[in-house]
Every structure is written in structure tokens, then in C-alpha cells.
Design a binder for this molecule. Structure first.
Ligand code: GTP
Ligand code: MG
Length: 457
């Protein structure tokens, strides 16, 4: 089968308001200014920035770092993740769809809550990452020049501005070391396999954007195995990011395709709460090229085919009840459908847990958040008796009661991003089963630890 190399998926994460979206806008805008028409393409939930566009505007930096002609990644597919659930849903068997992550922090305020949370998620999935220390323009006394590479900019500053910057970076390095991470300003990193590069950026002035892209290219080539980026010319493999009702289209699935291709008319197999689902693709929808986008009402167009790497909206009958984080595979040979269904069934079974050993009960809203929750609990040494997608049920309360008999600290249901039905809540209360719910994994966990100490004493 013919193979080609795709662009890596780069997921952008961090605390609220650190500048994730603006940074991506700036990357797009900056690259757009230097590209051939039609080169930067918008996908559903992501944007493709080709390396030649980067090289054109980051030229002097590329030369200074002696990288010209040495980059083989075709570009980057940036994914903006509003919230952590989105990152969790980027799951695939044995890891994450994300090839790389950019952890954006506000250089004036450090890691912050959700930055720390992002960091733990990135680490738990083993995704290589770089840190963008954003809002560089806010450093007192910093003199900005539009789109200037950081490496050149830092040489042109007054000493006190550099001193302030260094103090901030030092603080960040200290903070990161508490997570077991060794980091340094990217131009001082000697060993990228041990140290995480920090790239100062400004999403407002565009400073450091060139550096960020160049570092991403370097890190991609160094740490993403080439085989991982090789795509086959076969039926698509992807993951469902979101399922929603769209006016005039019915239920659609926004998916990320990381291998192969998907065509209008293809059969896709994916999964709902109750098992595999089959649907036929009626329409594939992509955003229009940037230059053709006029009014917001007219942003999308139908396409015949989509190749990895891509983000695409899939319109098909039969997507009702499909759960985010579910695999979605195209099938070209009708005889292969049962086999693919079996594969998906097995994969879903691997995420859920059903055992009779002692441990907590876990509920989450998607396959992605369920997997992340279990992964996290395991890393913290908390055993899980049962884990499933969807709201807690009566049966979960019974399971929790059974689990509690062996250990009082396991008489609990941890409900991540799901509503608890009132009757289940009532039953739990009357049988002395604790329900801890919330939308932030680490908060749920902290509350659980606190509660477990209380019941043990
Ligand atoms: P959420 O999606 O809500 O988590 O936020 P975000 O991380 O996407 O941040 P966003 O890009 O929306 O920026 C938040 C605010 O910070 C906006 O008011 C931006 O103008 C400002 N901002 C972002 N980047 C910079 C920067 O580099 N310098 C300065 N001075 N302001 C910035
Ligand atoms: Mg944003």
C-alpha cells in the first residue's frame, strides 16, 4: 500500500486566558501573510500550517539554527482544546492522537491550576511537549517588534527587561521541577530528551512565534517516530471528538482522521454506549478556504474525500448516541464490517472496567474522559471496581455497597462530567454510598482523598 507522511497533530493546552486561541490565530495570520494562496487550510477544530509557510517567515531563524533543508515534517495540524475533556477525547488505542503538545502559560503568572492539570494529562498520555511562555510583551520594559524571533528580540533589549524575563522563566522552571520536569529556555537546552524547552512568545506582537514553530519541528523530528506519521492509502481510522445536532443536517460527528482516507458513501463503524454503531456517510463537511470565507453563515463546504491528517464533520444517518472518544473506522469492503465491529467492541471493552475486586466506581461522560480518569486513578494507586460511560445507575450503588464491605474507602461513586439522577442520588444517600461529582478530575480526586481519610478514622 502506498504510504505518505502526514503532519503531526499538535494540541494546544493551558489555563484559561493564557492566550491559546490568540496564539493559534497569530500563527495562522503570520503564516498566511507568507504563504501561497490556499496553503493554510482550516479543518473542523484545527488548522494546518505547512512547513514551507513557516520557513518563509522564520527564514533568518531557520538559518541561524542551521535547519534549512533539514525539516521533513510537512507542517503542523494545530488543535485548540477548550477544556481538558477535549484532550482526553483525543484518545486512540494505546495512547493519544496528539503527537505533540504545546503547554501555554502566561509568563507573568506561571503554571496556574489548569496549566498544572493540562501538564498531568499530557504526562499521563506520554505526549512530548514544549512550553510557550506567552504574553512576553507584558514583561516590563520589553521592546517589541512585530513577529521578530525571540532569539533576535532578546539581544536587543535593555538589561532590566531581560532580567525580569529571566526571573519569570526561573520561577516557571522551579514550578515545573515540582512536577518532576526539567525545563529551560529553549536556546539553552542541551539535551532535548531530558529537558523541556520553554519558548517565550507573544500572541499579540507575534514575537517568538517563529521560535515556537521551529522548536516544534525539531521536537517532532526527534521524538515522533517516523512510522507514527506514516499514513496508508486505506480506509480511514479516526476518533470522534464531538457528536451534535446540526440544523438541517441531523446528528453529525466531528472527527479527527489520523490514518487513511474517508469518502462520501463509505460505511463507518463507531461506538455508542451499548456497543458498535454502523452508519453510511452522507456528507463530509470542511470549512471553506480562508480566502473564500465571507460571512459566518457560509463557512462550510461539502467535500468528496478527506485524507489523514484531518479534522472533518461527518454527516451520516445512525450517529445518534455515538459517544465522544469512540473510534471511528471507515470500511470499504462490506465483508469486513463484522471484523471491524469486533475490533471496536474489543477496544471499548478495554476502556471499561467490570470486576469484582475492591475499588471505587467510576462514571464519566465520554470514552475519552473515562479512560483519562481510570489512567489517573491508577497512577495515584486507587483501584477501580467498575467504570463505565453515562450517568450512575442503581446497579452502581449496589456495586459500591459491595465494595465498601471490603474497604470503607471504596464505598464511593466518582462521577466525572455526568449528571446523577435524583433517584440514584437518594438511594446512594440511604445506603451510605458517597457520590463525588464534578468537572475537574483533580478536584474530584482531592475530594475523594479527603473523604477516604475521614471514613478510615
Ligand atoms: P480560553 O480559551 O478561554 O481558555 O482562553 P485562551 O487561552 O484561548 O486565551 P485567549 O487567546 O482567548 O486570550 C485571552 C486574553 O489574553 C485575550 O484578552 C488576549 O487578548 C490576551 N492575550 C493573549 N495572548 C496575549 C499576549 O501574548 N500578550 C498580551 N498582552 N495579551 C494576550
Ligand atoms: Mg481559547
Amino acid at each position: 500500500m502506498a504510504m505518505s507522511v502526514r503532519s503531526p497533530f499538535v494540541v494546544v493546552m493551558g489555563h484559561v486566558d493564557v492566550g491559546k486561541t490568540l496564539l493559534l490565530d497569530k500563527i495562522r495570520g503570520t503564516s498566511v501573510a507568507y504563504r501561497e494562496p490556499g496553503m493554510i487550510t482550516q479543518h473542523i477544530g484545527m488548522s494546518l500550517v505547512p512547513w514551507p509557510a513557516v520557513e518563509r517567515f522564520a527564514g533568518p531563524l531557520v538559518d541561524r539554527l542551521k535547519l534549512r533543508g533539514r525539516i521533513w515534517v510537512p507542517g503542523f495540524l494545530f488543535i485548540d482544546t477548550p477544556g481538558h475533556a477535549a484532550f482526553s477525547n483525543l484518545r486512540k488505542r494505546g495512547g493519544s492522537v496528539a503527537d505533540l503538545a504545546v503547554l501555554v502559560v502566561d509568563i507573568t503568572s506561571g503554571l496556574e491550576d489548569q496549566g498544572a492539570e493540562s501538564l498531568k494529562l499530557i504526562q499521563s498520555r506520554g505526549v512530548p511537549f514544549v512550553i510557550a511562555a506567552n504574553k512576553l510583551d507584558r514583561i516590563y520594559g520589553w521592546r517589541s517588534v512585530e513577529n521578530r524571533p525571540f532569539l533576535f528580540a532578546v539581544e536587543e533589549q535593555e538589561w532590566h527587561a531581560v532580567a525580569t524575563l529571566e526571573e519569570r522563566i526561573g520561577k516557571l522552571i522551579d514550578e515545573l521541577s515540582r512536577f518532576g520536569i526539567e525545563a529551560d529556555r529553549y536556546d539553552r537546552v542541551r539535551d532535548f530528551s531530558r529537558q523541556v524547552p520553554i519558548v517565550p512568545t507573544s500572541a499579540v506582537t507575534g514575537e517568538g512565534i517563529a521560535d515556537l514553530l521551529v522548536v516544534l519541528a525539531g521536537v517532532s523530528q526527534r521524538f515522533i517516530p517516523r512510522e507514527r506519521l506514516q499514513v496508508a492509502d486505506g480506509p480511514a481510522r479516526g476518533v470522534v471528538m464531538e457528536v451534535k445536532e446540526e440544523k438541517g443536517l441531523g446528528v453529525v460527528a466531528d472527527a479527527i482522521i489520523y490514518d487513511g482516507r474517508i469518502r462520501k458513501g463509505d460505511v463507518v463503524v463507531t461506538a455508542g454506549l451499548d456497543g458498535p454503531r454502523e452508519a453510511r456517510v452522507r456528507m463530509l463537511v470542511m470549512p471553506k478556504p480562508l480566502e473564500e470565507m465571507r460571512d459566518p453563515e457560509d463557512r462550510y463546504m461539502a467535500v468528496e474525500e478527506v485524507r489523514a491528517a484531518a479534522g472533518v464533520r461527518i454527516v451520516a444517518d445512525g450517529l445518534e448516541g455515538v459517544v465522544a472518544g469512540a473510534p471511528i473506522y471507515a470500511v470499504w469492503d462490506p465483508q469486513a464490517i463484522p471484523h471491524v465491529q469486533k475490533q471496536i467492541k474489543e477496544e471499548i471493552a478495554e476502556i471499561k472496567i467490570e470486576s469484582d475486586r475492591e475499588g471505587v466506581i467510576v462514571r464519566a461522560d465520554t470514552f475519552g474522559t473515562l479512560e483519562s480518569t481510570i489512567l489517573f486513578l491508577r497512577q495515584q494507586g486507587v483501584p477501580v471496581r467498575k467504570a463505565d460511560v453515562g450517568p450512575p445507575t442503581h446497579k452502581d450503588v449496589v456495586e459500591a455497597v459491595l465494595s465498601r464491605r471490603r474497604n470503607p474507602a471504596f464505598g464511593v461513586i466518582l462521577a466525572f462530567n455526568v449528571k446523577v439522577p435524583p433517584d440514584v442520588e437518594k438511594e446512594a444517600a440511604s445506603s451510605g454510598v458517597k457520590i463525588i461529582k464534578g468537572e475537574i478530575l483533580y478536584r474530584i480526586f482531592d475530594e475523594y482523598i479527603k473523604w477516604s481519610h475521614e471514613v478510615k478514622t
